[in-house]
Ligand binder design. Structure first.
Ligand code: SF4
Length: 78
């Protein structure tokens, strides 16, 4: 897998703050305690594509959205 991931974001409407992504990468995924949703710290080092896709697939509600360079949604694939 190359550098196919262009954009990653969290759908805050779906996120249930379960902690799965944060426990996998506590620097990149941070809990916004005020809103009780997870947010991405874009100043932190992005996990490599494989890891990021794996974490996104572990999200129980499909809230971690990953897009390729053409703006196509890679994950979740629903
Ligand atoms: S794994 Fe999904 S639902 Fe859980 S905190 Fe992360 S984004 Fe939110």
């Amino acid at each position: 897998m190359g550098d196919k991931i262009h954009k990653v974001k969290i759908n805050s409407e779906k996120c249930i703050a379960c902690g799965v992504c944060m426990s996998n990468d506590p620097n990149f995924f941070k809990l916004n305690e005020e809103k009780n949703v997870t947010e991405i710290d874009y100043s932190a080092k992005k996990p490599d594509d494989y890891t990021l896709e794996m974490i996104a697939q572990m999200c129980p509600v499909g809230a971690i959205e990953i897009y390729d360079e053409n703006g196509n949604l890679i994950t979740p694939n629903i």
